[in-house]
Design a protein around this ligand. Structure first.
Ligand SMILES: [Zn+2]
Length: 451
């Protein structure tokens, strides 16, 4: 007895390492469906800067256009400066960031794609890394290579906040998302300085008049129909960055009274009433057009981004499929209970491991306890190849660790753990967005990248 206990103690770390590495390998092979990214058109990538070699992406561009910047300092890149001059100062900026997920999520891109350990990088390695990055981005096939082959993503949802209603050309592996964030401000055309986000411009293109709230609701309906025709598979809103997620049920007459007035003639409560009314209509149109609604919850404006604020809206609209983004971080348990109580709610862990690897592990554990495994999704939520790669591998690792822990403690067979991993990385998105099945391409054809 004593001997077998000892044997168990000696063997268990080894057994854990083995089930973890088997699960990790299995999950890495799953062609993922990534439900959320912001990959700009190649020539407009925000990571492009003026370098001593000309315009392109460099190491500074990759860090400056990552979540690292949200909490950590980084020396500014000045147009055309020399890399060595930037690095001489910038290399000291990372000292206090080493443990943060906003720093660590991107590291696997440097080790796996460039063979460099950023934690211990030397000046010489940094200069070589910078040069390699620049060279890779001379050709947009680099994006295709990293996203579809190295990160093994088959389809990637792309939220085009740089031009929401343009429906311009996209990457062949990208899936269109209809970003509805600005639409709640449709009470006056002055709310839309950017033409590509302007429902008034869209109405004109469609020969629709837009002079009343009733007209506006018809325009929204048309926008949804056109979006769907152009391949959009869902709606997305990031209103949590601008206001509370508490959307009251407002009578139509009240909203109609505010229509046609510029912001300067409306009180903040009147603007909120209009926005609330439109949000409820968007939720109804989501059901009508069969476009699930991705809603940013958690980490934004902290006051007002708790997903619990959405419960009345969710409860009153059982035909709408709600997708709670980012696990509602830090309210991952709140997200779980909402999905537990409402079958028309899905939990999307996009961005969550990047926010906090530990919170993501806790979330996956709690969610697997509380909701069926077909309700959980993931997404990388980045804007360049290295970020997407890093966030994807960070998620695969996080998920593998959670599943291996459950296998080791005897709460899941390895076969079931593998299936759950496949569901979260791929199958659940295909079930929630069935039109994606027609867009699958791996094993059938190659995607051609323009040269
Ligand atoms: Zn995002």
């Amino acid at each position: 007895m004593r001997l077998s206990l000892l044997a168990l103690l000696l063997l268990s770390p080894l057994a854990h390492a083995q089930s973890l590495s088997r699960l990790r390998e299995h999950l890495d092979r799953v062609p993922a469906i990534d439900t959320h990214d912001h990959l700009w058109p190649f020539e407009k990538l925000p990571a492009m800067v003026e370098t001593e070699r000309g315009r392109g992406v460099n190491l500074s561009g990759l860090w400056h256009n990552s979540y690292y910047m949200w909490t950590n300092p980084l020396t500014e890149w000045k147009r055309g400066m020399k890399f060595v001059d930037w690095w001489a100062v910038a290399k000291h900026d990372f000292a206090d960031a080493r443990a943060t997920s906003f720093y660590r999520y991107q590291l696997s891109a440097f080790t796996d794609l460039y063979g460099v350990d950023f934690d211990t990088i030397t000046d010489e390695q940094a200069a070589k890394l910078d040069e390699k990055i620049f060279r890779n981005y001379l050709d947009q096939r680099w994006l295709y290579e990293v996203v579809t082959k190295r990160a093994n993503i088959e389809l990637m949802f792309n939220d085009p906040y740089w031009g929401r209603y343009d429906f311009g050309p996209e990457y062949p592996f990208a899936v269109r998302v209809l970003n509805v964030t600005p639409l709640v401000r449709g009470f006056h055309r002055s709310e839309f300085p950017q033409q590509s986000d302007d429902p008034y411009h869209f109405a004109k293109q469609q020969n629709l008049k837009l002079e009343s709230l009733d007209d506006y609701l018809i325009v929204l309906d048309r926008l949804f129909a056109v979006g769907k025709e152009k391949g959009c598979v869902c709606l997305k809103t990031t209103l949590a960055y601008q206001r509370t997620l508490d959307f009251a049920r407002v009578a139509k007459e009240r909203a109609a009274a505010h229509f046609g007035k510029p912001k300067s003639q409306l009180a903040p409560e009147q603007i909120k009433e209009f926005e609330d009314f439109i949000m409820w209509r968007l939720v109804e149109l989501s059901a009508k057009h069969g476009l699930p609604f991705q809603i940013h919850t958690g980490q934004a404006r902290i006051q007002g981004s708790n997903p619990m604020l959405l419960v009345d809206l969710i409860e009153a609209n059982p035909r709408t499929k709600f997708v709670l983004f980012h696990g509602g971080y830090p309210w991952v348990g709140e997200s779980a209970v909402i999905a537990m109580r409402h079958k028309h709610v899905w939990l999307d862990s996009c961005w969550l491991p990047t926010l906090s690897f530990s919170a993501a592990k806790r979330a996956y554990h709690e969610w697997l306890d509380a909701v069926p495994s077909n309700k959980i999704l993931w997404g990388a939520d980045c804007n360049h190849a290295e970020g997407i790669y890093g966030a994807t591998m960070f998620t695969r690792r996080c998920l593998a660790e959670v599943l291996a822990e459950r296998v080791d403690r005897g709460d899941l067979t390895e076969a079931h753990a593998k299936r759950i991993g496949e569901q979260i990385l791929r199958d659940n998105a295909l079930a929630l967005f069935p039109s994606l099945k027609e867009r699958l391409w791996k094993g059938q054809r190659e995607l051609k990248a323009p040269k």
